[in-house]
Design a protein. Structure first.
Length: 94
């Protein structure tokens, strides 16, 4: 069920972005949410090892009820990439 993601009203990308950044700052509490740039590689902005990155994606799944197939991991490089991916997945949900 993807109700949580759909409830964010994906036309409001800012709210969705805030939810995703909240997941990120839970995984990396030293990160200042206001310092995250949308168009810069997340791994260049935040010191995440591979386990942290996996926990970030799992956190998005748990909070927003969005499935993120492993085959899509490499395409999720910036915050914009992640927001757009979640929007697409939610809009494709039955």
């Amino acid at each position: 069920m993807r109700a949580a993601a759909r409830d964010l009203k994906f036309e409001d990308a800012a709210r969705l972005r805030d939810q995703i950044v909240s997941v990120l700052t839970t995984i990396a509490p030293e990160v200042e949410a206001d310092d995250i740039r949308d168009d810069v590689l997340l791994r260049d902005q935040v010191d995440l090892d591979s386990m942290d990155w996996l926990n970030f994606l799992i956190g998005i799944h748990k909070r927003l009820h969005i499935d993120i197939p492993e085959s899509d991991y490499a395409s999720l490089r910036t915050l914009t990439d992640v927001v757009r991916f979640v929007q697409r997945q939610a809009s494709a949900a039955p």
